[in-house]
Design a protein around this ligand. Structure first.
Ligand code: DSN
Length: 416
């Protein structure tokens, strides 16, 4: 019997509830995914017991011979996966990775150009309450009002005007492929370095399904729990010439001891992503998102940029007379989990914005394909058109449960 259940039933009840929620519902938060059983086991392993401040071969603690092997495996696999010169696998999260890159590349008060949060950026791209926005001088670029694509004329003009030291590309709510070469040219023209935050689409890049920032960017960050269906955590990729400053910025710059159990999980997920099946997975993620977008658009749901090139769909639910909060809640009671999200030029506020963000990483990990996207897209538009219809919500909740039974969630059996 499970030790947690025996020893701590209060905690176990919450874990069991979460297992049931994940198994019986449709996870469509664009930044979430399911880690494999091997990743879960690595993350629950004895590696959690070890302090290992420093890097392989240069630690501040004894007894590091096996954690050194783990970290070298994670590094070597990540380097092969992304074809990069140097990787730091220690960042505890995407935010930690980004903070370390800023520490390595900037001085307080330096100017940085990054995507506006409401246009798809991230809190670490200069939001006023975030460490980034409080420490550096961020100037925001945005998307065009007609196409919702990045306005490169404006990016170039802002770069000429503000002469940033760093340009940030990458996004957390932008449905279209990002042409990193265009950013690299603008950065070169104004003498800036280029940092690409590919937290959302790293796995698509690894699989060759998204434009690759590694050849053109000075620094690249990613998270391992989204497209790579690995453990919750971050990584930094960079050219060899930046290796020492990036490593110093991660430790001792912004972190102490690395989470060796999570680094073990990162080694596992990079190993999984190097297999040929991962390419098919990434292709299916995009095919599923495109199908979902088509179904929603055909049903009259307004989509930012009219569709998607990636795993992510951003819908403007005010087109149906709803707000993002109401849409999120209406879908949640049917077992469909999404998040409310700001949309470009939003007139509403972050806690009740105009949009919802949907993604296909988790459903695709469950082996769902276009057929299921047709069904699910149909359910979503039905619910959004009748958010107060209790009978409809009950009926769709039942149908969601039935569908979920056919598509097991990987990894959850090791928690039983
Ligand atoms: N919170 C993540 C997301 O949902 O996109 C990014 O850090």
């Amino acid at each position: 019997m499970n030790r947690i259940r025996q020893q701590d039933s209060e905690l176990w009840d919450a874990i069991a509830g979460e297992i049931d929620r994940q198994r019986s519902g449709l996870e469509m938060i664009a930044s979430e995914n399911y880690a494999s059983e091997a990743v879960m086991i690595a993350c629950g392993s004895v590696m959690t017991n070890k302090y290992a401040e420093g890097y392989p071969g240069k630690r501040y603690y004894g007894g590091c011979e096996f954690v050194d092997i783990v970290e070298e495996l994670a590094r070597e696999r990540a380097k092969r996966l992304f074809g990069c010169e140097h990787v730091n696998v220690q960042p505890h999260s995407g935010t930690q990775a980004n903070t370390a890159i800023y520490l390595a590349a900037l001085q307080p008060g330096d100017t940085v150009l990054a995507l506006d949060l409401a246009h798809g950026g991230h809190t670490t791209h200069g939001m006023k309450l975030n460490h980034s926005g409080r420490t550096y001088h961020f100037v925001s670029y945005g998307v065009r009002p007609d196409t919702h694509r990045i306005d490169f004329d404006s990016v170039a003009a802002l770069a000429r005007e503000h002469k940033p030291k760093l340009i940030v590309a990458g996004a957390s709510a932008y449905p279209r492929e990002i042409p990193h070469g265009t950013f690299a040219q603008i950065a070169e023209d104004c003498g800036a370095k280029l940092f690409v935050d590919m937290a959302h689409y790293a796995g698509l890049v690894a699989a060759g399904e998204h434009d690759d920032p590694v050849p053109v960017a000075d620094y690249v960050s990613l998270t391992t729990h989204k497209s790579l269906h690995g453990p919750r955590g971050g990584m930094i990729l960079c050219k060899a010439g930046y290796a020492a400053e990036i490593d110093r910025a991660v430790f001792p710059g912004v972190q102490g001891g690395p989470l060796m159990h999570i680094i073990a999980g990162k080694a596992v997920c990079c190993g999984e992503a190097l297999k040929s099946e991962f390419k098919q997975y990434a292709r299916q993620v995009i095919d599923n998102a495109k199908t979902l977008a088509d179904v929603l658009a055909n049903d009259g749901v307004g989509l930012i940029s009219g569709g998607t090139d990636t795993h992510l769909v951003l819908a403007d639910v005010t087109s149906l007379g709803l707000t993002g909060r109401v849409a999120e809640q209406s879908l949640e009671r049917c077992g469909i989990t999404v998040n409310k999200n700001m949309i470009p030029f939003d007139r509403r506020r972050p806690l009740d914005p105009s949009g919802i963000r949907l993604g296909t990483f988790a459903l695709t990990t469950r082996s769902m394909k276009e057929e299921q996207m047709h069904t699910i897209g149909g359910w979503i538009s039905e619910v959004l058109k009748a958010p107060d219809d209790d009978a409809l919500a009950k009926q769709i909740r039942g149908e969601v449960r039935e569908l979920c039974k056919q598509f097991p969630v990987p990894g959850t059996s090791c928690n039983n």
